[in-house]
Design a binder for this molecule. Structure first.
Ligand SMILES: Nc1ncnc2c1ncn2[C@@H]1O[C@H](COP(=O)(O)OP(=O)(O)OP(=O)(O)O)[C@@H](O)[C@H]1O
Ligand SMILES: [Mg+2]
Length: 531
């Protein structure tokens, strides 16, 4: 075998041991090693260097004291002058933790039952061995390579990733949107799973543009459909900007829903947070809104006055005097008119869920330019409609991506129109194969229930201690030593923790994109030139 590193001189348990290199040997912290067991089948075990020390048998502590005294007296003196040649003949002693051996198609690593024999050789884990140990067990996607060995691709199990939800957490600019796009491309390139992206910055429309290298490669681009939940002027402006930037028509569609798509708690929440609601006004909505959304005629109306009239009739039974009703009517009118995606004319076609969630389609909802509170309302409406339709089997299984998720599912007592629904999707979506990918740069500001329902985490560079501790708290998979690595990762590097990978290793997410990246960090010098 190639890649000899050293020899075991001490075993602490069946899965902990120490080995030493020869003088001049080199091992790095975190390095993966391969050790052959002395069982009958000569199982190869994978291990990880968890501790490392460099020593020299000519210089112990006393020797160093004496050397220091000599150097102090004569600064020009160095080790060669006193007979210590070359690199001091340092050797490296390493502590290793055994991960185990994974049988093909197994999901777990089996550990050795007996300690390794003293004198056993330790090798660098070979590419072939790593590829064998990391082999996917079902349908999977490749998103990059093992950071420390480019010959080892990293696969994620698709079923685990989508059906058990995932999160992508990292500081701004670390490559979250890039990684999400790589995941989307890999899925769309190989499977027909519908993907729905809530895109607050309008950065995912560029999935329509094949990257230069793959100019004839339209498999992804053809699948992308962009929806604009905005007014026609904003849509046209945004389409023009896209054309100017990429030279291709975006062919986006306006997205419209009836106001009656808002459930009672959602409309109360919206009105309360936008314009404040008195107790009497909430009571009217509580008493009447369900009747309105269940009324076959009102359900599809574009006339808010008809809704207000019916609410007024119901209101008369629950509150006294006209003032609460009148003020509520005014607030409803303002809400109706201010939300750009609410149907206001018969030419506004109501959204068909079957068109939004469709086999082989990537639907991008470009929410840039609409207020956050309206974005929350839209997310609430769509995700609850989708969950209901999934439960009834009316639409195919899907993956839904939430970028800037802290805006929609904030932590603690802060409520938003979208939070209860997203919590429900996090809990119940799994059973109905409605997967969610949660993306955020501030994990500690995300709702813990939703985050802890994500069985897989893609973690990239995170330096804020609150965020790191939070990630550790919500994920059973993250170890302290992983946090060390996460602190010092560079953009494009990631760890994947959870059920979709056999082992969490540092990954270099592929830089070879099939489509153009839409997320960008503005450069002040470039921008200033435009003025
Ligand atoms: N795997 C990668 N390979 C090559 N370049 C990358 C990779 N990941 C990220 N980058 C570079 O880093 C930049 C920022 O990445 P990205 O837009 O994904 O950051 P982000 O984490 O989504 O940031 P934000 O929080 O601001 O949305 C990209 O424009 C790209 O140039
Ligand atoms: Mg981003």
């Amino acid at each position: 075998m190639e890649g000899f590193l050293g020899t075991i001189y001490e075993t602490i348990s069946t899965i902990k041991l120490r080995f030493s290199t020869k003088p001049g040997g080199s091992v790095s912290s975190g390095q993966l090693v391969e050790i052959i067991g002395d069982n009958k089948s000569k199982t190869h075990y994978l291990g990880r260097v968890t501790g490392i020390e460099r020593k020299n048998y000519l210089i112990d502590q006393d020797g160093a004291v004496q050397l220091s005294t000599l150097y102090e007296d004569n600064e020009k003196l160095n080790s060669e002058d006193i007979g210590i040649k070359g690199d001091f003949q340092d050797y490296v002693i390493c502590e290793v933790e055994i991960i185990g051996n994974r049988k093909s198609n197994g999901t777990i690593f089996n550990r050795p039952r007996k300690p390794f024999k003293i004198g056993t050789k330790v090798y660098k884990a070979s590419s072939d061995f790593l590829n064998d140990q990391l082999k996917p067990w079902g349908n999977s996607i490749e998103i990059g390579k093992f950071r420390d060995n480019k010959k080892v691709p990293i696969h994620i199990d698709l079923n685990e990733l989508i059906s058990k939800h995932f999160s992508v957490l990292a500081m701004t600019g670390s490559g979250k949107s890039w990684t999400v796009s790589v995941i989307i491309e890999a899925i769309a390139n190989n499977f027909d799973i519908p993907i729905l992206i809530f895109d607050p910055h309008g950065e995912y429309s560029s999935l329509k543009i094949p990257s230069n290298k793959n100019i004839n490669q339209n498999t992804i681009s053809d699948k992308v459909k962009v929806y604009m939940p905005s007014d026609i002027t904003s849509k046209e402006r945004s389409d023009d900007m896209f054309k100017e930037k990429f030279g291709i028509d975006r062919e986006s569609e306006l997205l419209h829903v009836n106001i009656t798509e808002l459930e009672t708690y959602q409309i109360i929440h919206l009105l309360r947070s936008l314009y404040d609601l008195s107790e009497a006004q909430s009571r009217i909505l509580q008493a009447g809104w369900t009747d309105i959304i269940e009324d076959p005629e009102l359900r599809n109306t574009i006339n808010i006055e008809k809704i207000i009239k019916k609410l007024g009739d119901i209101g008369s039974d629950v509150v006294q005097g006209p003032s609460a009703k009148n003020i509520l009517s005014t607030k409803l009118r303002i809400l109706f008119n201010s939300m750009p995606f609410i149907r206001k004319s018969t030419s506004d076609t109501p959204l068909e869920l079957n068109n939004l969630v469709k086999k082989g389609q990537i639907s991008v909802i470009d929410m840039s330019g609409i207020e956050v509170i309206h974005q929350q309302a839209l997310m609430a409406i769509l995700s609850s409609k989708i969950l209901k339709s999934r439960m009834e089997g009316r639409i195919p299984p899907l993956l839904m991506i939430l970028e800037e998720a802290h805006r929609y599912i904030p932590s603690g007592a802060v409520s938003t129109a979208s939070k209860p629904t997203i919590k429900r999707v996090a809990q119940e979506g799994r059973k109905f194969l409605m997967g969610m990918g949660i993306v955020s740069q501030r994990p500690s500001r995300l709702d813990d229930d939703v985050l802890s329902q994500c069985n897989n985490q893609v973690i990239m560079r995170l330096t804020n201690p609150n965020d790191q501790n939070y990630v550790k708290k919500v994920s059973e998979w993250v170890a302290d030593r992983d946090l060390e690595e996460i602190r010092s990762m560079v953009p494009g590097e990631a760890f994947i923790f959870g059920s979709a990978v056999p082992l969490s290793l540092p990954i270099k997410v592929t830089k070879d994109r099939l489509t153009k990246h839409g997320g960008y960090t503005p450069d002040i010098i470039d921008e200033i030139e435009k003025y």
